[in-house]
Design a protein around this ligand. Structure first.
Ligand code: GAL
Length: 847
């Protein structure tokens, strides 16, 4: 029997096996639902108490050990004598005979790359030097740290016999080989698409089962940090042999007048031995749980292994449309009924909205023009690498929304389900991009998976078939580019006739892959869009990748000796400052807007420097999500609320008498700057620009007074502070769910004796965590820091550090103490903070 004592049904209100359905979408909603901010989808349980499908979370209590990429003796014998695959059932490592006592215990998601110390090898090219992946020792030259093994034992009740049981992985980096109960089950070899295997015939019903997974991260999929290991959730899904096809249930809405027509489609599969007569019942509920539409399909014969497509329609009166300002979601519940009994069911959120690109007037959502104020983002974060707890996705979306960003591009790969769920829930539009621009079976499989998986998500307004495939754009493979582009665009249209398809093209878009695109995306190259628009007035255009401005948070001098970039006007030669690209895209109505490279800093691509920089400097916020000054440029021009930001800080000891550039970003009419009470003049704010002064430094205060219609609306001051005296902690939420997954984001700074944050502080801090939580990562946003992301200590970088605290499954409190350490920290007054953990939403977790 399944052990129900520990994590299974740990929360009140849930019966035993088979009596509860809580689909993963709802788990995500439950976790993110209490995050404050925009409205979120409340938990809904559908209109019947029981759905027979179960989806169990298989994230906890795994064992991990490094294998080896070239030596079988260090790889648990994998690859000895070419005999491994010769007989079914011979893989000892996936049997109960194998002793994994020496392996590490861990929970998923897990990224082992983030735990590895960076390595510097200057002997060869960029690849040898590991530059683009952030100097982590991964690759065929690093066999000892590039292969990891995961093991897990679990029980399956005898009563499950006859059901179809799948193990489902949301993603792993990168090549996996799966074994269960001694048997080879299958492989998967890209780092971003989910995959699953039917284990029904391999399981031991009424007893113990063993999974072993070899994950080989020697090869990567991209030129940026990608992590290593099972960095997403794993699920065990149990279904009746008669069930819905995976990601086949689709709701497509059209709105006319005050009525939404919903085209409802799905696929019934019969893996049983006999034909059945199956009908469908659809019900649509609004965010309050009220059923607003219902539809059925008549019973039809479904022969074994002969899937049947089923379609019907429903209508919703006065639909509440999804938009960034009001991200209304509906829930669709679809049930398969055979002889009056529900054999399978699934429930998922969707939105009602229209999205259109117009060649003359840009992008329209629900019939109204909306400029895309977007950012491109990779998926890693400080402290945790690629293994983000779900809540961190909403945190990151919230950070971007704070500057008025209304769209993200998932560069350059299929995003995780929780990122998309956060965007659906919080009102962030998405351009979803597949990793490989290719019409090969594997390229098409990646594309299919992405489109099918996310086509119900209202946040997705655009599919991207890839990024900067030079050879397919122009030159040697240009004609192949046309064919590959056409095949990929055609496939997207087939799977999802409701959305347009694009690609991020760095070039003139005149040939190759661009021919097939519905919407034209330009990466950089402000020289092309005007000419292209003139030449092709019927093609809609947006900026698929812009800017590539660079800045080190809190630094105001570009210093190649320190690998820092000033925060005023740093930009790579092929890029544009925020001001340059937004003046261009923001002032042309026919341009739909664009996506700046990048919202968040990410590991790898440490442009413009190499070692010892280990992460990029492209972010508008750093690796922790702390804003750089550019953030406030966007806030000024991307939001309507009055905003004013003055920089730099005013701690320039040693630079007395030297001129310091003082800038302000604002959407007000004019700004007056005062220095120690004396006016240095008023400046009018140019549209999409900034204002600036030169001030000879002396300690004191600079003050900006922002006026609109002659009235002072906002005042910002920067004061010279004294030395750091006292630590301070702040948390994004004082209460989190006691589910072993939710996180609290802690910001650490230090104050001087007058309580002013010290913007240049670099004190080292130790964290002590006690109670119902644990520390899962730390960071400070310094692109040059080699401090561990996992140890309970971190130096502040320009006044800030971050600690990520995760709940356990106990309801109680977590106490977080911060104590200064070493030469720079020992004189600081320590501090502490308490986070409460509350009973979590119900869910099924494999014990
Ligand atoms: C682009 C590329 C991005 C990133 C960026 C840096 O050309 O698409 O992935 O490398 O350059 O500026």
């Amino acid at each position: 029997m399944v052990d129900t004592t520990r994590r299974t049904f740990i929360f009140a209100g849930i019966g035993l096996a088979g009596s509860c359905l809580l689909p993963r979408t709802l788990l995500a909603e439950a976790i993110g639902g209490a995050t404050g901010g925009k409205p979120s989808l409340p938990l809904q349980h559908g209109d019947t108490p029981v759905a027979p499908r179960e989806q169990w979370l298989l994230d906890f209590d795994w064992r991990f050990a490094f294998g080896n990429g070239c030596d079988p003796t260090k790889d648990f014998g994998y690859g000895f004598g070419q005999g491994d695959f010769s007989k079914t059932g011979d893989f000892k490592i996936a049997t109960t005979d194998f002793d994994d006592a020496g392996w590490h215990a861990l929970d998923l998601p897990h990224d082992w790359a983030v735990e590895l110390a960076p390595v510097h090898d200057d002997s060869g090219d960029d690849d040898t030097r590991l530059t683009s992946h952030g100097y982590k020792p991964l690759g065929r030259r690093y066999p000892a740290t590039s292969v990891g093994w995961y093991r897990r034992t679990f029980e399956i009740p005898a009563s499950d016999r006859g059901r179809r049981i799948w193990i489902e992985f949301d993603g792993a980096m990168r090549d996996i080989v799966l074994f269960v109960n001694g048997c080879f089950i299958g492989r998967h070899d890209d780092g971003y698409t989910p995959f699953r295997f039917d284990l029904s015939d391999f399981l031991n019903y009424g007893g113990k089962n063993v999974i072993a997974l070899r994950v080989d991260a020697s090869f990567g999929d991209g030129w940026f940090y990608e992590g290593a290991g099972i960095y997403r959730h794993v699920w065990l899904t149990k279904m009746d042999p008669v069930h819905l096809g995976r990601w086949e249930s689709v709701v497509r809405s059209t709105v006319e007048g005050d009525v939404a027509t919903l085209a409802l489609a799905t696929l019934i599969e019969n893996e049983g031995e006999h034909a059945v007569h199956a009908s469908l019942e659809w019900s649509i509920t609004d965010a309050s749980g009220r059923v607003v539409a219902h539809a059925t399909t008549p019973a039809q014969a479904i022969a074994p292994n002969t899937p049947a497509n089923c379609q019907t329609t429903a209508h919703v009166d006065a639909p509440q449309l999804w938009s960034p300002d009001e991200p209304h979601l509906y829930t669709a519940l679809v049930k398969v009924i055979v002889d009056g009994a529900t054999r399978d069911a699934e429930q998922f959120p969707f939105g009602v909205r229209t999205a259109a690109f117009d060649p003359d007037r840009g992008f329209f959502l629900n019939g109204k023009p909306l400029k895309i104020q977007g950012t491109c983002n990779h998926q890693d974060h400080a402290g945790v690498g690629a293994a983000l707890p779900d809540r961190l996705q909403s945190f990151r979306v919230g950070v971007l929304q704070g500057m008025g960003c209304n769209a993200v591009r998932t560069s350059h790969n299929m995003p995780t389900p929780e990122w998309v769920a956060a965007c659906d829930r919080m009102g962030m539009m998405m351009m979803c991009e597949t990793r490989h621009m290719s019409a090969s079976p594997s390229g098409m499989q990646q594309l299919d998976t992405m489109v099918k998986r996310y086509r119900n998500s209202p946040s997705v307004i655009l599919w991207s078939i890839g990024n900067e495939e030079w050879r397919l754009q122009k030159g040697a493979l240009e004609q192949q580019g046309e064919r590959i582009g056409a095949a990929m665009v055609g496939r997207c249209h087939e799977l999802d006739p409701t959305r347009v398809v694009s690609a991020a093209v760095n070039g003139d878009n005149e040939q190759g892959v661009s021919d097939a695109l519905d919407v034209i995306g330009f990466n950089y190259n402000l020289k092309y869009p005007d000419a292209f628009h003139k030449e092709h007035p019927r093609r809609a255009i947006y900026g698929s990748e812009t800017s590539s401005a660079i800045a080190t948070r809190g630094e105001y001098v570009t210093d190649p000796k320190k690998n820092t970039v000033n925060s005023y006007d740093g930009v790579v030669p092929w890029g544009e400052t925020p001001e340059q690209w937004w003046s261009f895209y923001g002032s042309r109505d026919w341009l739909a807007g664009g996506f700046a490279w990048t919202g968040f800093d990410y590991r790898g691509e440490p442009t413009p420097y190499g070692w010892p920089s280990v992460s990029s400097q492209f972010g508008i916020v750093d690796l922790c999500g702390f804003p750089k000054d550019y953030y406030y440029y966007y806030k000024a021009w991307w939001t309507k609320t009055p905003s004013l930001h003055l920089f730099p800080h005013w701690n320039w000891s040693g630079k007395e008498g030297q001129e310091i550039a003082v800038w302000a970003y604002t959407n007000l009419d004019e700004v007056e700057l005062l220095f120690n009470g004396r006016s240095l003049g008023i400046q009018q704010v140019p549209r999409f620009g900034h204002v600036q002064w030169k001030v000879a430094y002396a300690p004191g205060v600079i003050e900006a007074r922002g006026r609109r219609n002659g009235k002072v609306v906002l005042v910002e001051r920067r004061e010279t502070t004294g030395p750091a005296r006292k630590l301070r902690l702040a948390v994004d939420r004082a209460e989190i769910a006691a589910d072993g997954q939710d996180v609290a984001m802690i910001t650490v700074d230090v104050l001087d004796e007058h309580g002013r944050p010290v913007p240049t502080a670099d004190n080292k801090v130790t964290f002590r965590i006690s109670g119902a939580g644990r520390l899962i990562g730390v960071g400070n946003g310094d692109p040059n820091s080699h401090e561990s992301d996992k140890e309970p200590r971190r130096s502040l970088f320009n006044g800030l550090a971050q600690a990520i605290i995760q709940s356990t499954d106990s309801v109680g409190t977590i106490r977080i103490e911060a104590i200064g350490e070493g030469a720079t920290g020992s004189s600081l007054v320590p501090t502490s903070l308490t986070v409460t953990t509350r009973k979590a939403a119900p869910r099924l977790v494999v014990a």
